[in-house]
Design a protein around this ligand. Structure first.
Ligand code: 2AM
Ligand code: CA
Length: 268
């Protein structure tokens, strides 16, 4: 089944790459700098059709086309969680990375995850209990401490208030590691952490489709996914995400991210 899902992700990648030079029909969604293109919708439609053929009983949750809510009953049986293009703003600017991500949940917990980066032809995948892979090779998160790591973060453009507080946490982390980078794709960041390139990734608010696939890939690579308070993720909807490598989880040296989240909540 995982190979069939990978094939669907690869086909989605071809659709996305072929879009460059075409009219993307860019629209703004709620908030600022929150875009959707014709291709986000097209690819989600394509994946929904293709994945239904693979698992006819599965339900679907996706970022686009009004399918973004976790509904009662979604924690029973199979649920595909899709982000047709994670990193839409990058895609619009023809700036790598942007990925297609497909998470598969079983009874409310992640069962499988596939993340495909078409520009670099990188296929990341994991099945629960069976390890994580990049292009067929087993991957592991890093054992390095925070002080020897590059960290990834993001702050979607939806709120300048959130951005400011996120920058303060970024500044604190910056002082304790080799540097903090921002790529614009949550799923890609999780895969970079799973494959040991980055020590971790943190963002104050993400949709379930932004971390469902990469979250399992990271856990299967030995890393740890929690929210900003260090609590396990609910896998039911939007959340803050603090994803760290084995090394940083063991060390416990990441700053108190929960305090920053509390400050944002107090200002909203
Ligand atoms: P997207 O490209 O699929 O929209 C960048 O920091 C990350 O945040 C990306 O993975 C991006 O996903 C996501 N993102 C963008 N807008 C968002 C919003 N309004 N709420 C939550 N996440 C968002
Ligand atoms: Ca998206």
């Amino acid at each position: 089944m995982i190979e069939k899902i990978e094939r669907a992700a690869r086909e989605a990648g071809s659709i996305i790459l072929a879009a460059h030079g075409e009219d993307l029909h860019i629209e703004n969604k709620e908030g600022r700098a929150n875009f959707v293109t014709l291709y986000d919708k097209k690819v989600q439609d394509f994946l929904t059709t293709r994945l239904k053929e693979i698992l006819p009983d599965a339900k679907f949750l996706g970022e686009e086309n009004g399918m973004d809510a976790f509904l009662p009953g979604d924690d029973e049986g199979w649920l595909f969680v899709i982000d047709p293009i994670d990193g839409t703003t990058n895609f619009i600017h023809n700036l790598h990375p942007y990925v297609t991500s497909i998470g598969l949940m079983k009874d409310g917990v992640p069962y499988a995850g596939v993340v495909y980066a078409p520009v670099t032809d990188q296929m990341f995948c994991a099945v629960r209990g069976q390890g994580a892979y990049e292009n067929g090779r087993r991957i592991h998160s890093s054992g390095a401490p925070l002080s020897d790591s590059v960290m990834l973060s993001g702050s979607a453009g939806f709120s300048m208030q959130a951005y400011q507080i996120a920058q303060e946490l970024t500044r604190e982390v910056q002082g304790r590691c080799h540097g903090v980078r921002s790529t614009g794709s949550a799923e890609y960041n999780l895969c970079m952490t799973a494959s040991g390139r980055s020590g971790g990734y943190f963002e104050m608010r993400l949709g379930l489709w932004d971390f469902a696939a990469g979250g399992l890939i990271l856990e299967e690579a030995g890393g740890r996914m929690t929210d900003y308070y260090g609590k396990p993720l609910s896998w039911r909807g939007p959340s803050s995400v603090l994803a760290v490598s084995e090394g940083i989880a063991r060390e416990g040296a990441f700053p108190d991210a929960g305090a920053y989240l509390d400050r944002w909540k107090a200002k909203e």
